[in-house]
Design a protein around this ligand. Structure first.
Ligand SMILES: [Zn+2]
Length: 82
C-alpha cells in the first residue's frame, strides 16, 4: 500500500519548476477526495502556469472547484501484521 507524504507548506509556485521526482496529489478541500495529479496531462497553455491558476481549473467529481495541489512523494506503507 502506498501512502502520500506531503511536503508541508511548500509549493513550487509555477508548475514547471516543480522537481520531477516529486509526486503531485490533487485534493478537494470541499469533500476531501484526493487523486494523483499527472502534470503531463496539462494542456500546453498550462504547462508553465502558476500552481494557483491550475488549482482554479480543477473540478472535483463532487462538482466543486476547490482543489489544492499537494507536493510530496509516495512511500510504501507496510501492512499491519498483527
Ligand atoms: Zn470534491
Amino acid at each position: 500500500m502506498r501512502r502520500f507524504q506531503q511536503t508541508p507548506d511548500w509549493s513550487p509556485g509555477y508548475i514547471n519548476v516543480c522537481p520531477h521526482h516529486l509526486s503531485i496529489m490533487a485534493e478537494c478541500t470541499a469533500c476531501g477526495a484526493t487523486r494523483e495529479f499527472d502534470r503531463n496531462t496539462l494542456p500546453e497553455g498550462l504547462k508553465h502556469a502558476l500552481v494557483k491558476d491550475i488549482e482554479k481549473r480543477l473540478k472535483c467529481v463532487c462538482g466543486v472547484k476547490a482543489a489544492r495541489l499537494r507536493f510530496g512523494h509516495f512511500i510504501d506503507a507496510p501492512e499491519k501484521s498483527n
